[in-house]
Design a protein around this ligand. Structure first.
Ligand SMILES: Nc1ncnc2c1ncn2[C@@H]1O[C@H](COP(=O)(O)OP(=O)(O)OP(=O)(O)O)[C@@H](O)[C@H]1O
Ligand SMILES: [Mg+2]
Length: 133
């Protein structure tokens, strides 16, 4: 587990992780409200040269696309319905796609493709624990 002492440090770790999925792959993000998942996704987006990354949680459309980079935020969802699950699986089946998912635990128990798992933890006002596996 690494300790990030500022949002910038979290973004930097995210940029390193992004290098591993630059040609495609899935990053599953776990952690409570305010633990820094969106900051992490934003850091990844930077590595992809995306500067119009939206930090707002989507209200009805859970998937945001930036070229081959997809940001999915399952916040607010009780659980993922069949249609959304199908849509997510379709995106994951395209090898060139890079997908980062906030609240990945809401994907439920069924098997999803292997990916990088990032667990985030609130530790103090400007401190977050980040564990990458
Ligand atoms: N070391 C840090 N790493 C990341 N964010 C930090 C850090 N220190 C302070 N913050 C602040 O904590 C907040 C993290 O919010 P963020 O939206 O990324 O969390 P989240 O996990 O996506 O929450 P939600 O579940 O609501 O989507 C931001 O306001 C950010 O500026
Ligand atoms: Mg968020």
């Amino acid at each position: 587990m690494q300790i990030c002492k500022s949002p910038k440090e979290t973004e930097e770790i995210a940029m390193e992780v992004a290098e591993n999925v630059i040609d495609g792959g899935v990053v599953y993000l776990y952690g409570d409200l305010g633990s820094g998942k969106t900051v992490f996704a934003k850091g990844m987006a930077k590595k992809f040269g995306i500067d119009d990354f939206s930090v707002k949680s989507p209200t009805f459309n859970y998937i945001r696309r930036y070229g081959n980079f997809y940001h999915i935020d399952l916040y607010r969802l009780e659980e993922v319905d069949e249609l959304l699950e199908h849509e997510i699986r379709e995106l994951m089946s395209e090898e060139k796609n890079t997908i980062v998912i906030e609240w990945a635990d809401k994907l439920g128990g069924s098997k999803f493709p292997d990916g990088i798992k990032v667990r985030m933890e609130y530790m103090g006002e400007n401190e977050r624990g980040v564990e990458v596996t």
